[in-house]
Design a protein around this ligand. Structure first.
Ligand SMILES: *[C@@H]1O[C@H](CO)[C@@H](O)[C@H](O)[C@H]1NC(C)=O
Ligand SMILES: *[C@@H]1O[C@H](CO)[C@@H](O)[C@H](O)[C@H]1NC(C)=O
Ligand SMILES: *[C@@H]1O[C@H](CO)[C@@H](O)[C@H](O)[C@H]1NC(C)=O
Ligand SMILES: *[C@@H]1O[C@H](CO)[C@@H](O)[C@H](O)[C@H]1NC(C)=O
Ligand SMILES: *[C@@H]1O[C@H](CO)[C@@H](O)[C@H](O)[C@H]1NC(C)=O
Ligand SMILES: *[C@@H]1O[C@H](CO)[C@@H](O)[C@H](O)[C@H]1NC(C)=O
Length: 381
C-alpha cells in the first residue's frame, strides 16, 4: 500500500483529515497554482444592472453574429499565481496509481462531485473511492467558489482556467502538493464546461492526460443559445450569497432557470433542484465569450475517451441527443468520433432519462457505474 500521507504529513494535514460516514479519507486544501495563459481582450465593460446582463445575453446568443469576434480588441499574456480550493480523497486502503481529476461545469463548484444529500447517495466521489478504489481530486475552477476570483471580462476566461488545470495536473503527477502522493496516471473527468476544459487540455498538452471522461458534453455547438436564453441570467452580486463577486459574474435568475438547463422531466427529486439553485455558482462574461475553447480542434489523445450525456441535455443536444437529422449519426455525442483519430477506445453513451445535470438526477447510479467501469477497464487503477 502506498502511503504518502504518513510519510510527509504535517500536523495541519492530519487535522484536516476527516473520516466521513464511509471509509474514505478526504482533505480540503488551498493550492498555489502558477498560471501562464494567453487571454482575449474584449472591448466591453462588465454589466452593472440586470438590463445590461440581458442585453449581453441577447448579443451573445444572436444568430448569425459572432459577438466575441465583434468586441475582440486583441490578446494579452497573463502570468500569475492563483489560489485554488480543492478536496483530495483516497480510499481507506491508500491511494490508487491512477488519479481522477474532476472539473465541474458552469453553475456548480467542486461539491458537484460529492453531493452530501441522502447520506452521500448522490456522491460520485464516494463510489469512486469506496467502491472502485480510485483517488480523486476535485477543485473549484479558477474564478469560482472558494478559489480566487478575478476580473469577469478579461481575466476569468477559458484559456486561463485551462492553464490552471494544466499546472494542477503536473503538480499532482509530480507529487508537488503537500500530503498527496505522485500519480503515474491521471484521468480527466469533466462535466459540461469542465469537459470542454478537459478536452482542451488534451489538445494543448496531450501527454499530461491518460484518458478523458466527458460528461454532459458533445461537439454540437448550435444549442448553447438554448442554455443562454434558458438561464434567465441576472447579476450575481445582486443575490445575497454572491454579494462579494465583482460585476460581470452572472447567476441563474430563479429555480425554473436551473430546471430548464439541468433537469429532465420526471427524472429528479425536487430536493436536488433546490440544491442546484441554492448552492449554485455564478459564471463570468469572459467564460461565456470564450466558452468553446479548443473544442473545434482535433484531439491527439492516445488514451481512451468516454462521452456520457443525458438524452434530454439542453446545451449540448437541444433537448434530444438522438434526433440528429442525419441517418449516419445515431446521436450528437457520436460527432466526436472523428475528432479522436488516435484514441485507443472511443465510447459514447446517451443516458436516456437525464438532462444536463447528470449527478443530480435519478439515473446517477447508471452514470457512475458506466464511468467507473470504463476507467477501470481501459486505464486501470
Ligand atoms: C471540506 O470543506 C467543506 C466546506 O467547504 C466541508 O463541508 C467538508 O466537511 C470539508 N471536508 C473535510 C474533509 O474537512
Ligand atoms: C470600443 O467600443 C466602443 C463602442 O462601444 C467604440 O467606440 C470604441 O472605438 C471601441 N474601442 C476599441 C479599441 O475598439
Ligand atoms: C468567433 O470569433 C472568435 C474570435 O475571432 C473565434 O475564435 C471563434 O472561433 C469564432 N466562433 C465561431 C463559431 O466562428
Ligand atoms: C510532456 O512533453 C513535454 C515536452 O515534450 C515534456 O517536457 C514533459 O516532461 C512531458 N510530460 C509528461 C508527463 O510526460
Ligand atoms: C452525418 O453524419 C456522418 C457521421 O458522423 C458525417 O460523416 C456526415 O458528414 C454527416 N452529414 C451531414 C450532412 O452533416
Ligand atoms: C440512492 O439513489 C438511488 C437512485 O435515486 C435509489 O434507487 C436508492 O434507493 C438510493 N439509496 C439510498 C440508500 O438512499
Amino acid at each position: 500500500m502506498r502511503s504518502c500521507l504518513s510519510s510527509s504529513t504535517t500536523l495541519s494535514a492530519i487535522l484536516g483529515l476527516a473520516v466521513l460516514s464511509s471509509a474514505r479519507k478526504c482533505q480540503n486544501m488551498t493550492v498555489e497554482v502558477p498560471v501562464d495563459a494567453r487571454n482575449a481582450v474584449f472591448n466591453l465593460s462588465a454589466p452593472t444592472s440586470n438590463i445590461e446582463v440581458t442585453n449581453f445575453v441577447l448579443n451573445l446568443a444572436q444568430q448569425g453574429n459572432n459577438y466575441s469576434s465583434t468586441i475582440l480588441s486583441g490578446y494579452e499574456s497573463i502570468k500569475n499565481t492563483y489560489q485554488i480550493a480543492a478536496t483530495y480523497c483516497e480510499p481507506d486502503s491508500g491511494p490508487s496509481t491512477t488519479l481522477q481529476l474532476l472539473t465541474h461545469g458552469i453553475g456548480f463548484d467542486r461539491t458537484y462531485w460529492d453531493i452530501s444529500i441522502n447520506d452521500y447517495n448522490y456522491s460520485y466521489v464516494e463510489r469512486a473511492t469506496d467502491e472502485y478504489g480510485f483517488s480523486t481530486f476535485a477543485y473549484d475552477r479558477l474564478g469560482i467558489g472558494q478559489s480566487q476570483h478575478g476580473d469577469a471580462v478579461n481575466e476569468i476566461q477559458s484559456a486561463l482556467e485551462i492553464a490552471a488545470l494544466y499546472t494542477l495536473t503536473t503538480q499532482l503527477r509530480n507529487g508537488e502538493i503537500s500530503g498527496i502522493c505522485p500519480f503515474d496516471k491521471v484521468v480527466h473527468v469533466g462535466h459540461s464546461y469542465g469537459s470542454i476544459q478537459s478536452y482542451s487540455l488534451a489538445v494543448l498538452h496531450p501527454n499530461v492526460t491518460d484518458g478523458l471522461v466527458l460528461t454532459g458534453f458533445s461537439q454540437a455547438s448550435q444549442f448553447i443559445t438554448d442554455f443562454l436564453y434558458g438561464g434567465n441570467f441576472v447579476l450575481a452580486n445582486g443575490v445575497a450569497s454572491f454579494k462579494d463577486y465583482p460585476n460581470g459574474y452572472l447567476a441563474a435568475g430563479d429555480p425554473s432557470a436551473v430546471q430548464t438547463n439541468f433537469f429532465a422531466p420526471g427524472a429528479f427529486s425536487p430536493e436536488l433542484l433546490n440544491l442546484g439553485y441554492t448552492k449554485g455558482q455564478p459564471v463570468t462574461i469572459g467564460e461565456l465569450l470564450t466558452v468553446a475553447a479548443e473544442t473545434t480542434a482535433s484531439n491527439p489523445l492516445t488514451g481512451p475517451v468516454l462521452i456520457i450525456t443525458g438524452g434530454r441535455d439542453i446545451p449540448f443536444c437541444g433537448g434530444d441527443c438522438r434526433t440528429t437529422g442525419n441517418a449516419s449519426l445515431p446521436n450528437f455525442l457520436d460527432m466526436s468520433r472523428p475528432y479522436f483519430p488516435k484514441t485507443s477506445k472511443f465510447e459514447a453513451v446517451v443516458v436516456g432519462e437525464a438532462g444536463h445535470g447528470l449527478n443530480l438526477e435519478y439515473s446517477h447510479p447508471y452514470t457512475y457505474e458506466t464511468i467507473l467501469d470504463f476507467v477501470t477497464q481501459n486505464v486501470g487503477k
